[in-house]
Design a binder for this molecule. Sequence first.
Ligand SMILES: O=C(CO)COP(=O)(O)O
Length: 122
Amino acid sequence: MTRVALIAHDEKKPDLIEFARENEDQLLEYELIATGTTGKRLMEETDLEVERKESGPLGGDLMIGAEVAENRLDGIVFLRDPLRAQPHEPDISALLRICDVHDTALATNLASAEFLIEGLAD
Ligand SMILES: O=C(CO)COP(=O)(O)O
């Protein structure tokens, strides 16, 4: 089954919720995982079921990175906030790096997220 991770920093969470709503029919077909607060908001504000990992600053990015390392994920939408420094920047870099190591599809903005979701549907 297709397994997808959804993550957003606080300023980008509204964009991710909107993206999830717009693509809800497709996402309902997939196993979804998310970092803690992102997953909570997705479940509160959409009809999607999401497996929640820890919050990003508490290790959630690393937990999702571990799934990438195990080749368990088909794609990741990670809407980062490019305008604010994050205390867990090393964890974020580790997640991006491991996606490149395993050639796992990663979208870090809405434009590329649209391509990713279209690609998963093929
Ligand atoms: O910080 C995050 C990703 O780096 C996201 O974590 P939350 O979904 O818990 O806010």
